[in-house]
Ligand binder design. Structure first.
Ligand code: SAM
Length: 287
């Protein structure tokens, strides 16, 4: 499966639910109606689409949401996905609040990499951002994943006036912890109605400030690695810093992915509203 420029599409991101147990102000600001349950793809339907994608050349599937663990039966679905497709590289993006008891399941299911969203190292700021007093659950989940041998990427949405004052603590955390701490530029997407340009903390500015705190060396991407982050090693550190720059520097040239929404719509571009409805085809319903 190639895109319009002849580049192979090898990566599928599957949103298993639009529900989330957090109310992060950059993502979910107003009570938008949730997708009615019958319109959400059943797990068997997701598995069927994963099989089709695999047959077309997809090698990597990431489950995301909403919050994947907020959907009933998600741990069992992960096991089923692994049993059906042992050859696929399965990954996960989660807020990790519900993850701790399931870390052994991830290991059993051969999931080697987990992206965990944590925008602040301060419990009070975490609660202000997410609306939930669950900082210690997320921190505990990061430690549990690392102890279990999983590779962890910690995603931090970079917001001026919200978490920019934490840069020294974040750099220090990445220095002492064997993970990739990635700053994501704050995007005007989804329910992020509080987005304003002056809250955007551009990756270039973060990098300049971070260079004053640590010696950073760019890490060249491995051949075939077309991820969106630019990564820097920290001199004498265990972890690394990464920068995802959807606003200041589009990564369209490196894009190799498709997105499947919880209701079964295929999106070929994060910045386009165009979607292709697969659910009616799966259910043999009228388009
Ligand atoms: N619930 C899961 C989580 O928290 O990781 C998965 C879904 S969440 C929408 C996926 C990622 O998108 C998270 O890392 C989150 O921080 C990021 N995100 C959400 N809204 C964003 C925004 N307005 N700008 C930048 N990143 C955003």
């Amino acid at each position: 499966m190639n895109d319009g420029l002849g580049r192979p599409i090898t990566y599928l991101r599957v949103s298993v639910t639009d529900r989330c147990n957090l109310r992060c102000h950059y993502c979910f600001t107003r009570p938008t109606p949730f997708i009615p349950h019958p319109d959400i793809l059943r797990y068997e339907e997701v598995l069927a689409l994963m099989g089709l994608a695999r047959n077309l050349g997809v090698t990597k599937v990431r489950f995301t949401g909403g919050e994947p663990f907020a959907r009933k039966g998600f741990p069992g679905f992960l096991e089923a996905a692994r049993a059906c497709y042992p050859e696929l590289d399965l990954r996960l993006t989660t807020n990790a609040t519900l993850l701790p008891p399931h870390v052994p399941l991830l290991v059993r299911s051969g999931i080697k990499r987990v992206n965990i969203s944590l925008d602040s190292l301060d419990p009070a700021t975490f609660e202000r951002i997410t609306g939930a007093d669950l900082f210690s659950a997320v921190r505990g989940a990061i430690d549990a994943c690392l102890s279990a041998g999983l590779k962890v990427k910690m995603n931090v949405v970079a917001m001026k006036g919200v978490n920019d004052h934490e840069l020294p603590a974040l750099v220090d955390f990445a220095r002492k912890t064997p993970l990739d701490l990635r700053f994501i530029e704050y995007m005007p997407i989804g329910g992020s109605t509080r987005w304003t340009p002056w809250k955007v903390w551009p990756a270039g500015d973060i990098l300049d400030e971070a260079r004053g705190l640590a010696e950073l060396t760019p890490v060249l991407p491995k051949a075939g690695d077309r991820g969106p982050a630019r990564v820097y090693a920290i001199e004498g550190g265990l972890g690394r810093l990464g920068f995802i720059t959807p606003l200041s520097c589009h990564f369209c040239a490196e894009c190799n992915r498709l997105r499947l929404t919880a209701s079964g719509n295929l999106r070929t571009c994060l910045f386009s509203d165009r979607e292709y409805r697969l659910r009616p085809m799966l259910r043999h319903e009228r388009l």
